[in-house]
Design a protein around this ligand. Structure first.
Ligand code: NDP
Length: 281
């Protein structure tokens, strides 16, 4: 079984980003990171994003607001960032506090700055298979992993477990664009194991620690584990139990060090693309 290491994929994406940025005539792309409050998960993701963007030769500006900011104050600030010509891309940490209308924020963000593909325009472009939209970074990271390791997609059968707007749904559209035959599963799917066993490529994105195991795989299938969970010992783990995979899968992404490690690289690529489009406009 081949271990599909995210670091190898990120290294390839880094080369692409450096090449894109090399054509900007010295212009340095800048991302705005917009966060409300101090959730530990957000802080750790923010550190990873900042490190990645810096490593790819670009800049970040953090906009951090107290957890008690009013809705109107937040939207006034957000509009300023949205309109700021010096900002090429925006990463908005969600979920927002309940009293702030998240839908409004999603629809307000300028499509050309929407690094994580959250606005309706980008959703529609991903749905239509258009080139110039931004897909949610994690969904696109799955495609990047498959491409980086030359795993054939055309004509293959994929099963995705999970139908969220950040992973399962957009990924189904991105896979369709690659001529994959896609099935999307969820909590109401009957006989999940039998459906999963039909997959040439099985994507686990349910967010349930070790919910699947080797018995859900067809012999020789490729497993992409998007899940990031904490197990009973407090350790990071995926949706799939790693033990037993060796004999069944032809390739699999580890957790940690798999898809998660590629997500911030895709975000950095989106920033470079946003800046390239701005400079060429
Ligand atoms: P959500 O909770 O939003 O969605 C989970 C999906 O999985 C739902 O569609 C749900 O079905 C389905 N599901 C849950 N349990 C089962 C089950 N027992 N059988 C079948 N389907 C099930 O999660 P996200 O999409 O946001 O995240 C999924 C995982 O990916 C998480 O572990 C998360 O941490 C990880 N993740 C990793 C990222 C990264 O690599 N950087 C980024 C984003 C997420 P239903 O719709 O019926 O409820």
């Amino acid at each position: 079984m081949i271990t599909l290491k995210g670091a190898e994929v990120s290294a390839k994406i880094k080369e692409q980003v450096l090449a894109m940025n090399g054509k900007l005539g010295g212009y340095v792309p800048t991302a705005a990171i917009v966060r409300i409050g101090e959730r530990p998960d957000d802080l750790s993701y923010e550190r990873n994003v900042m490190k990645r963007i810096a490593a790819y030769g670009m800049e970040t500006k953090s906009y951090v607001y107290p957890a008690d900011i009013t809705e109107e104050e937040f939207f006034a600030e957000f509009q300023k960032i949205n309109d700021d010509e010096a900002i090429d891309g925006i990463l908005l940490f969600r979920p927002l506090p309940k009293y702030i209308n998240e839908k409004r924020a999603e629809q307000m963000i300028r499509p050309e700055k929407d690094l994580d593909g959250i606005c309706a325009v980008n959703t529609a472009k991903v749905f239509a298979g258009e080139k110039d939209g931004f897909a949610p970074c994690t969904a696109e990271a799955v495609i990047e992993v498959l491409k980086a390791f030359d795993i054939p997609m055309e004509g293959k059968r994929a099963v995705i477990v999970g139908r969220s707007m950040v992973v399962g749904r957009p990924l189904s559209m991105l896979m369709l664009k690659e001529n994959v035959t896609v099935t999307v599963c969820h909590t109401k799917t009957k006989d999940l194991k039998a459906v999963c066993r039909e997959a040439d490529i099985l994507v686990a994105a349910a967010g349930k620690a070790k919910m699947l195991d080797a018995s859900f795989l067809k012999e020789g299938a490729v497993l992409i584990d998007v899940g990031i969970n904490v197990d009973e010992n407090g350790k990071l783990c995926g949706d799939v139990l790693w033990e037993g995979l060796e004999e069944k899968a032809s390739a699999a992404t580890p957790v940690p060090g798999g898809v998660g490690a590629v997500t911030t690289a895709v975000l950095a690529k989106h920033l470079a693309m946003a800046a390239e489009r701005k400079v060429n406009r």
